[in-house]
Design a protein around this ligand. Structure first.
Ligand SMILES: NC(=O)c1ccc[n+]([C@@H]2O[C@H](COP(=O)([O-])OP(=O)(O)OC[C@H]3O[C@@H](n4cnc5c(N)ncnc54)[C@H](OP(=O)(O)O)[C@@H]3O)[C@@H](O)[C@H]2O)c1
Length: 379
């Protein structure tokens, strides 16, 4: 049996530690990937900061990590789209309820992923670039296309150009940049917000207009940019984006807002158990902020729902994204990996520092651990 190594979190709030892990076995629908690059997500940092507040079903020790890219080494009996040697990127769902919190965690050398949450990589696409995609593109697609979120028309090669607008707050986030591309590929006009240094790049990705979210008149400017079209949905990405996005929905007549981010930063608390003053403040602001927002939405006929990136795991949006759209869109360059990778390490021991760096803030860059660009021998 080959050996395996993972970056483990042994208990809530603990630093990650690297040691042996069991070599995963593929279920009939899974593939085993030799991981060549992983990326860190706010989800990893939030889970570490929050202890058991969110992912209550995790029984520690577990392996975190959602974004992987690497080489297929073996496949389950029902897998038809991949074979050993294929270069892929995939969404590792080990943190989700009912999943294997060890074998399916991304921060390890060999991981089990579902075939339906993987896409082949074009030859020119490096693992370190591709690994920006999985959680972010899944969250973006869940928000834009699921019936319980914005319920927009799906992307397709020949999507008609629509006289309808989607507003994406936080266009330079990993989620937002993928959402811009997906909404454009579905034919919508996109208005986004971002820091000025990212405006040109977001226009290249497909945004028709980008507004600085720090501008005191940002809501009015976004609303003005939508004039002449019907606004069919607003996607709120980044802490604090919910309130302005609901204001935009009310002003434009959009009936739906998808909320990707909590209204408070979970990083503003000590990384240890117990009810500190900071934690009590965060929970209080979270509960009251959401209650006020929902009342405001109800009074104005707007539906604001939280989005969960993994919710497409078993539905038609997941199939559309990972099986139909991404393979061809990556191959012909219609969809690109964004943000660009900042390689911050080459070993699993570097993942904790990357998570800490993410907490400190990034701008339009994906923090990536590039384990190697070499294709390993087939097993
Ligand atoms: N619900 C889910 O399932 C799910 C899944 C994934 C992520 N998320 C959440 O989505 C958010 C983004 O995650 P990510 O991985 O995409 O982030 P990321 O790539 O790390 O985002 C970094 C970007 O955030 C932007 N930003 C910071 N504050 C902002 C604000 N107030 N308004 C607009 N943009 C702002 C910055 O844009 P500029 O450089 O332009 O300033 C920066 O480039 C996080 O809150 C994360 O927790 C939720």
């Amino acid at each position: 049996m080959p050996t395996n190594t993972a970056a483990w979190i042994d208990e809530p709030y603990a630093d990650l530690t690297v040691r042996d892990s069991p070599y995963p076995a593929a279920s009939p629908t899974q593939i085993i990937v030799h991981v060549r690059a992983v990326a860190v997500n706010p989800l990893d940092a939030i889970t570490q900061s929050n202890g058991r507040l969110m992912y209550r079903w995790l029984t520690y020790p577990v392996v975190l990590g959602e974004d992987v890219a690497g080489v297929v080494v073996s496949v389950g009996g029902q897998v038809t789209r991949f074979r050993p040697g294929d270069r892929i990127t995939a969404y590792a769902v080990g943190m989700e309820k009912g999943r294997d919190h060890i074998a399916e965690g991304g921060f390890q050398e060999f991981v089990a992923v579902e075939e339906r949450l993987a896409a082949p990589l074009p030859e020119r696409m490096a693992y370190a670039d591709a690994v920006a995609l999985p959680l972010a593109v899944s969250t973006a697609a869940s928000a834009l296309f699921q019936a319980d979120n914005l319920s927009l028309a799906h992307p397709s090669r020949n999507a008609p150009s629509r006289d309808e607008t989607v507003v994406i707050w936080g266009g330079a986030t990993s989620v937002g940049a993928n959402a811009i591309q997906l909404a454009r590929a579905a034919g919508y006009c996109v208005i986004a917000t971002a820091s000025p240094r990212n405006h040109a790049r977001l226009r290249e990705l497909g945004a028709a207009h980008v507004v600085d979210y720090r501008d005191p008149d940002v809501v009015e400017k976004v609303v003005a940019a939508t004039r002449g079209t019907s606004t069919v949905g607003v996607l709120a990405v980044a802490t604090g984006s919910a309130e302005p996005c609901v204001a935009i929905a009310i002003a434009t007549g959009a009936k739906r807002v998808a909320l990707a981010s909590p209204s408070v930063s979970f990083y503003d608390q000590p990384r240890r158990g117990g009810l500190s003053a900071a934690r009590a403040r965060i929970i209080g602001r979270l509960v009251t902020g959401n209650a006020v927002l929902q009342v405001r939405c109800a009074l104005r006929g707007v539906r604001a729902r939280f989005v969960w990136g993994s919710s497409l795991m078993d539905n038609e949006v997941g199939r559309m994204l990972w099986t139909d759209y991404l393979p061809s869109a990556l191959a012909d360059g219609r969809h690109v990996a964004f943000p660009p990778a900042r390689i911050v390490g080459h070993r699993l021991d570097d993942v904790q520092a990357a998570v800490d760096r993410l907490r400190a803030g990034t701008s339009a860059e994906k923090l990536v651990i590039a384990l190697s660009e070499d294709a390993p021998a087939e097993r």
